[in-house]
Design a protein around this ligand. Sequence first.
Ligand code: F6R
Length: 612
Amino acid sequence: MCGIVGFNGHHEAAAVLLDGLTKLEYRGYDSAGIAVRDGSKDATIVKAKGRLDHLKEKTDNGRSVIGTCGIGHTRWATHGEPSENNAHPHCSDDGNVIGVHNGIIENYQELKEKLLRNGYTFYSETDTEVAIKLVDYYYKKYLGTPVDAINHALVRIRGSYALELMFKEYPDEIYAARKDSPMILGVADGESFIASDVPAILKHTRTVYYIGNLQMARVGKGEITFYNLDGDEIEIEPKTIDWDAEAAEKSGYEHFMMKEIHEQPKAVADTLHSAVKDGKIDLAGLGLTEEEIRELQQIYIVACGSAYHVGVAAQYTIEDLADIPVRVELASEFRYRHIPLAQNALVIIISQSGETADSLAALRKAKEKNLKTLGIVNVIGSSIAREADHVFYTMAGPEIAVATTKAYSAQLIAADCIAVYFGMVRGRITEEKGAEYLDALESLPKQIEKILEDKERLQWFASKQSNAHDVFFIGRGMDYAVTLEGSLKLKEISYVHSEAYAAGELKHGTISLIEDGTLVISVLTQKALIEKTVSNMVEVKSRGAYLMGLTTYGNYDIEDVADFTTYIPDTDPHFAISLAVVPLQLLAYYFAVSRGLDVDKPRNLAKSVTVE
Ligand code: F6R
């Protein structure tokens, strides 16, 4: 991720930069650094590995670094391990250009080779050092202004960047450029500020400029000039930050969806812990007696949208662990269809809001038929929670982004708990096995955190693929269930058409849509089915598909077939989709961001669908 800050004013820069970086530390904290210039003197660069506190200690809270113009960076490593050497700022061989960068330079290898041929040497493993030396190269080659040099470099660079640069010959200026990575600029009282996100500069100014993609800025003391890629001056209207409660709650994330994706470890852990008593999964508190659970002959899971997808996954888990036949129904169908409902049946309604009109109607229909009902609901006191006979509250907390993420994950874990508990009560799994499953479930939050640490690769992949017109998701068994969710996430926020198919079903018609370059995303977490799905991948690849594989660490053979592979930690296959869904959510998010869309509020949608 990384966070960047910049300051050019009359106060000492280091303190302002360190304060700004503190607000951005959520964006990365494996190393940090600042570069400060005092008039025409050489810049002082200080870097430290680890948390920002190390840099603060090293600079005596900024007091040991003198100068009123500077840039700073807090790093979340992408290219090159976390180390002082790889920490930003980076500089050209003779210190002519110094810079920090947030984003990924996709073609840095190719650019590095060009620079090596031109006599440059490299001391770090970062793509940022390459970008800075490329600017230096063009600056010296064309002997133009910094804006000319940056323009030449930007034309060559592919990828995403929020870049801040300082030039030795322009000691009282900072230059900034942006594409697909966040950056704002602000001015107040003859001083200028730059940051990745508003909180970093909010205490200095509420007047900010949102610099656009492929635009640049020359940042003087209290005055900023903007340029387009041709080097022409452009006007950008300042905006006043008028933080409402909603924006403030984003905790520095650009979108609620991203914040909520990051809240999944907590949502999963809290929901799981609510179902654990004395070290065992114990749902006696729901009010269903053990006898009722033992006598169950049928479960109907009824829901809409993503909650329905949880139902599809739960069907596999409950049938497998508790040995009860499960039917999953779309609420909008269930409510109008004549279904010869089995007696001794339990109807489980899954709903985040607890207000979805069709789900509520389905619940009422089940109650009319005298069936037992259980709601898996997030919103306390909602209609479904109030009307269902029994309620399992998911502990996801308020979900604001329209596209569900943490509520889906919490529902999934709730369904897993039901499967394990029912399995134990019905004697289909032993208490020891139940304890093993609980161990696996308890590891999920940490494993989700691990996946989130690697999201820059998905951002990179999404930025390359975001112009796709059609995307197909394939998987078998529970992997099919998670592809349904991955496909919905993608289409609802990025407006890219996508479909999810059981991998073996594709060749019964849909395969005719596969042509050169069609993106097919294949999920392979179900150990027993991987070979079968690989065969389906080969089938589409031979028809031109561009393949992404999503599998568990260790299944490295997938790379022989897939063009891009992403990995999740290994776990029991029953629970693997709690992990697999995370990269799919991230992919959808980054597709939407790359396409410049309103991630949190996709067109035509609403968070709670209270009409049928
Ligand atoms: C998709 C999404 C929707 C909901 C569906 C049901 O991201 O959020 O598909 O899952 O509208 O809503 P709830 O769970 O509130 O009943």
